[in-house]
Design a protein around this ligand. Structure first.
Ligand code: 13P
Length: 250
């Protein structure tokens, strides 16, 4: 009932020539059995949306402002993302929480702004290594969920990405049992807060060092509905086998 999703977060990577990677993906995946999303830097968003308009790939932003417009130099509103062709936006990524001191209340306000213009909010949560070692993971996840999610959400306009901070860009991945535990916990919380329909229908992605050689086993965890992929989404040669592994898990 939940359609799986392979999402790529290009972070602050990508110049015009890299759009060729998207063309390769479009040729490889003409009719995929999973949803595909790429979130390029804002500078490439409009061109990527144009390129993928007739294809199976959707595009998304990596952040948006809480306001619709105004005097906020350097920022981008949800409406601007929508105008550029985005259908989704990543919010609350740990790199934004760290680099820009974003807190969960801001993430919640951004999610509201995204929903106001019909963008799907992909809300990122995850514990640090110190928090995991102190056995605080589930408490941290509960707190981030409670504060980061808007009060009203649907299974269509919300995606949760569980991204343990210590697994991002490090090559370290939690055990499958650890991933399963957190994903099951998140789903229980979603059901409690939004009801069974939204709780069961909302996709929960795993993110953090997903690579071609570990994707298949991660996707075997029943509560994993796909992945939010950083480094390995930049090249079609790396992202394609991850997408195929997700298709094979359906
Ligand atoms: P990596 O796949 O490079 O570890 O990044 C994960 C991530 O942060 C996706 O948002």
């Amino acid at each position: 009932m939940r359609r799986k999703l392979a999402a790529g977060n290009w972070k602050m990577n990508g110049l015009s020539p890299d759009l060729a990677e998207v063309e390769t993906l479009l040729k490889t995946f003409k009719n995929p059995s999973v949803d595909l999303l790429l979130c390029p830097p804002a500078t490439l968003l409009h061109r990527m949306a144009h390129l993928t308009a007739d294809g199976a790939i959707s595009v998304g932003g990596q952040d948006c402002h809480t306001a619709t417009s105004g005097a906020h130099t350097g920022d981008i509103s949800a409406e601007m993302l929508r105008d550029a062709g985005a259908t989704a936006v990543i919010l609350g990524h740990s790199e934004r929480r760290t680099d820009h001191e974003e807190d969960s209340e801001q993430v919640r306000a951004k999610a509201r702004a995204a929903h106001a213009v019909d963008l799907t909010a992909i809300i990122c949560i995850g514990e640090s290594l110190a928090q995991r070692e102190a056995a605080n993971t589930l408490d941290i996840i509960a707190g981030q969920l409670a504060a980061s999610l808007p009060d009203i959400a649907t299974a269509e306009n919300l995606v949760i990405a569980y991204e343990p901070i210590w697994a991002i860009g490090t090559g370290k991945v939690p055990t499958l049992a650890q991933i399963g535990e957190v994903h099951d916990f998140i789903r229980t919380r979603l059901e409690r807060r939004f009801g069974a329909g939204v709780g069961r229908g909302t996709r929960i992605l795993y993110g953090g060092s997903v690579k071609p050689d570990n994707a298949a086993q991660i996707f075997r965890v029943p509560s994993v509905d796909g992945a939010l992929v950083g480094g390995a989404s930049l090249k079609a040669v790396d992202f394609s086998p991850i997408i195929k592994a997700l298709e094979d898990s359906v």
